[in-house]
Design a protein around this ligand. Structure first.
Ligand SMILES: [Zn+2]
Length: 357
């Protein structure tokens, strides 16, 4: 059975190809095929939002499945094959689910391809590869993802089965590491008369991915962060390296080091006074309009909060390298009640902030 894996046009092709390679390392019933994604021009014919891609905030489940359908038709792919579309566009469903890792309808699947590295501490490609296998399995057992509460084979809280709901996204790591399918889900697979070779392949695939997770985890777990030290004159050192960057990016860094619990994404702009106070410590007298303009969508010129955050993270990666930088980045995280926060995940014991002199 063929599984065609493609992406929306903004998503890095390299990652998609790597996902296909990883999956094909475990040979079996399923054959994974890389498919050249739609160009913006092509995809705009099926969804006009792609005419202005920068304005796309999210797509509905229906829109994603429609794109899968159009991809199948325009490439003449048989209806019994699976289509997987990997994307960095966020998703929202008609019944208020949003930001799912992935979803399927029939043999169409979409997968959100970012943030995996944060949750799993591994390269995105392993998380995406796992989601491909998971969705195929779920589609085969006809899991009812539209009625999560009444579907007995969706597990919340997590039990370490492929069908764990993982509303707490940190649980994903647990699911990936255990690489298991519980008895009740195996029973469901038998009841639905899944092709035994397919089930066998699914089990071997998740077992193969588990090995990748565990082995690379041993290497990364030895890595410990250095202490980040904000001096009284507001220079910043990470270990014995001085972290130099634009003042406004230092402001964000110090702000999130101070606010360890994180700040809900939609309320970041409510902290202008605190941002300004830090800015004034770094560069006195500070111009308050720089802070205001960071959150003013109509004001051109000064970079926005999002751009400054991205530049800060990039500067950290340049100084520390990708793996070590991971401890210090401002990332978007979903906490238990489903709210999105920006935060730095570094433990308190690695943070030292001196009073301003
Ligand atoms: Zn289960």
């Amino acid at each position: 059975m063929k599984v065609h894996i493609t992406a929306t046009p903004e998503f890095p092709l390299k990652t998609v190809k790597e996902v296909v390679d990883i999956l094909n390392q475990t040979k079996g019933y399923l054959e994974f095929v890389y498919e050249e994604p739609f160009s913006y021009e092509q995809i705009s014919l099926y969804n006009a939002k792609f005419e202005t891609p920068k304005k796309i905030k999210n797509l509905t489940f229906d829109e994603f499945f429609h794109l899968c359908h159009c991809f199948r038709v325009s490439n003449n792919l048989p209806k019994e094959d699976y289509i997987v579309m990997v994307t960095s566009i966020r998703n929202t469903s008609n019944n208020n689910h949003e930001d799912w890792f992935s979803a399927f309808r029939g043999k169409n699947i979409f997968i959100y391809g970012l943030d995996w590295e944060y949750y799993t501490k591994h390269d995105d490609k392993y998380g995406i590869a796992y989601e491909v296998v998971e969705n195929i399995f779920q589609s085969q057992i006809e899991l009812n993802i539209d009625d999560v509460d009444n579907e007995p084979n969706i597990h919340a809280p997590s039990i370490g089965c492929i069908n764990d709901m993982c509303t707490d996204k940190v649980d994903v790591m647990y699911k990936l590491r255990t690489a298991d399918i519980c008895d009740s889900c195996i029973a469901r697979a038998n009841e639905k008369k899944i092709e035994p070779l397919l089930l066998q392949h699914v089990i071997e695939l998740i077992e193969g991915l588990r090995k990748e997770f565990i082995s690379s985890n041993r290497i990364t777990s030895k890595l410990k962060p250095d202490i980040v030290h904000v001096n009284s004159n507001r220079t910043i050192n990470i270990g014995d390296r001085e972290f130099e960057t634009w003042p406004i990016q230092k402001v964000l860094f110090i702000f999130f080091l101070k606010n360890k619990e994180g700040v809900e994404t939609k309320f970041v702009c409510d902290h202008k006074d605190e941002f300004y106070k830090i800015y004034d410590e770094i560069r006195h007298p500070a111009d308050i309009s720089v802070i205001h303009n960071m959150f003013n969508k109509n004001k051109l010129g000064d970079p926005s909060f999002g751009i400054n955050k991205a530049k800060l993270n990039r500067a950290l990666k340049e100084l520390l390298g990708k793996q070590l930088a991971d401890f210090y980045l401002i990332t978007r995280v979903v906490i238990e009640d489903g709210t999105h926060v920006y935060k730095i995940g570094l433990e308190d014991k690695y943070i030292r902030i001196d009073p301003k002199e």
